[in-house]
Design a protein. Sequence first.
Length: 143
Amino acid sequence: MLPALALAACLLGACSSSVDDITAAITASPSSAPPGSTSTAPATAPSITIETPLASGEVSSPVSVTGTADVEGDQVTVRVLDGAGAELAAIQVDVDCTHRCPGTFATELSFFVEHREPGSIQVSGDTPDGPAASTVPVVLFPV
C-alpha cells in the first residue's frame, strides 16, 4: 500500500523521483519457479508454521491441522475458509509450549461443503509484534 501512496504522491508532483523509478521499484520480479508448479512447503508467518495439510492438498471433513507457533497466551485460532474467505469452521487450540517455544499445536476441524471447491486453512495468533497469521491454500471436498 505504501508504494501505491508514494506513486500517487509523485503523480501529484510531491516528490523528486520520477514515476518510472517508483514504478520500477514496485514491479514484481519474475518467480524462479517453473510455470505451473506449486509449492508444498508450509505457509508461514515468522511465528506460525502450518505443517499439515500441505499447500494445494485435498482435504475433507474433519481436516487435521498441525504446526508450530510462538504466540502470546499459548493459543492459536485455526480456521477453515472457503474460496471467498468465508469461515466454515473455527476453533481455539492450545500451543504446547511446556518445554520451549515455539510449541506445537494439533487439531481436527469439521466443516461442510456441497461440492469440491478451493479453500484455505488459516492459523492466527497474537505475538509480541502484533497479530500473525499463516494460510495454506487447499481444495475442500465433501465427504
